[in-house]
Design a protein around this ligand. Structure first.
Ligand SMILES: NC(=O)c1ccc[n+]([C@@H]2O[C@H](COP(=O)([O-])OP(=O)(O)OC[C@H]3O[C@@H](n4cnc5c(N)ncnc54)[C@H](O)[C@@H]3O)[C@@H](O)[C@H]2O)c1
Length: 260
């Protein structure tokens, strides 16, 4: 039996992942700001540390896979703290418990929004681990308005996917036998996007930003299944990847030749 820790486990993709883990006969520890075994606010350093401490206690210090999935879809500064710092600091905090596993794995939930326009200054500040300045930059985008705030979400996901690529090959991860990957979903039918897909007009607008020619919107269980493959013992050699599960958005947006 493997032990998985899932953040953002109270809803949507995280909840579907927890249910799938339990249906497989494995153990899931859920972390969320509400309705969960471990209640913690991943937007603050204190909350992240408390989450790591509680999970470590509940698992006797042995975790087989960390699934850093919690996120906000809002164009506000706090999204930087939850989506990027809440993911990477929780992952780093869980490393000692992962090292006790025979087959440790890390998976984060990025997004196809990692391919969207972003604010390079904000991305760089996140990758430099400067949370105060990154949050300040995001707030400046909010204050600027006129659509600038819309760059925040994609910037958090671009930074997360880049962090994974940068870190995965280091001795702490690859050297310790730990694959680190992300999933990059298109539009998934969860509470995060329920308003965005509520009317024909909103769906038409969304289709221009997130073109998904294959099979329409995605069920959370489908994303959970991909997360769980990346988090499984079977995955011994895939690392540093953001696997897009997006109905073809990546292929539409980036086109045929990404190997330049
Ligand atoms: N739904 C989509 O279309 C879609 C697409 C691409 C990526 N994603 C990503 O998938 C992940 C899961 O989102 P979802 O669609 O299941 O949305 P959701 O809103 O249903 O679930 C997100 C969960 O994160 C939790 N959370 C938010 N802030 C938190 C905090 N400060 N501390 C702890 N937990 C917190 C929420 O309470 C919630 O349970 C997110 O990272 C999101 O960015 C979603």
């Amino acid at each position: 039996m493997r032990t998985y820790v899932v953040t953002g486990a109270a809803s949507g993709i995280g909840l579907a992942t927890v249910k799938m883990i339990e249906a497989n006969g494995d153990k899931a520890i859920g972390v969320d700001i509400k309705d969960c075994q471990v209640i913690a606010d991943l937007s603050t350093r204190q909350g992240r540390e408390e989450a790591v401490e509680m999970v470590t206690t509940l698992t006797d210090g042995l975790v087989d896979a960390v699934i850093a999935n919690a996120g906000l879809g809002l164009s506000i500064a706090k999204t930087v703290s939850v989506n990027f710092f809440g993911a990477i600091e929780f992952i780093e905090g869980m490393r000692p418990a992962l090292l006790k596993s025979k087959s440790p794995r890390v998976v984060a939930t990025s997004s196809m929004a990692s391919l969207m326009p972003n604010d390079s200054q904000l991305v760089d500040l996140m990758l430099a681990s400067n949370e105060a300045k990154a949050v300040g930059r995001a707030q400046a985008l909010v204050d600027q308005g006129g659509g600038a705030e819309g760059l925040i979400y994609g910037s958090t996901k671009r930074a997360l996917s880049r962090w994974i690529r940068r870190e995965c090959i280091k001795p702490e991860w690859a050297g310790a036998g730990i694959p680190v990957n992300a999933v990059g979903p298109g539009i998934v039918k969860t509470p995060m996007v329920s308003e965005m897909i509520a009317t024909p007009e909103s769906r038409e607008y969304l289709a221009k930003v997130v073109p998904m020619p294959l099979n329409g919107y995605i069920e959370p269980e489908e994303v959970a299944a991909l997360i769980l493959w990346l988090a499984s013992e079977t995955n011994a050699h895939t690392t540093g990847q953001t696997i897009y599960i997006d109905g073809g958005s990546d292929a539409v947006i980036r086109g045929e030749n990404i190997w330049t």
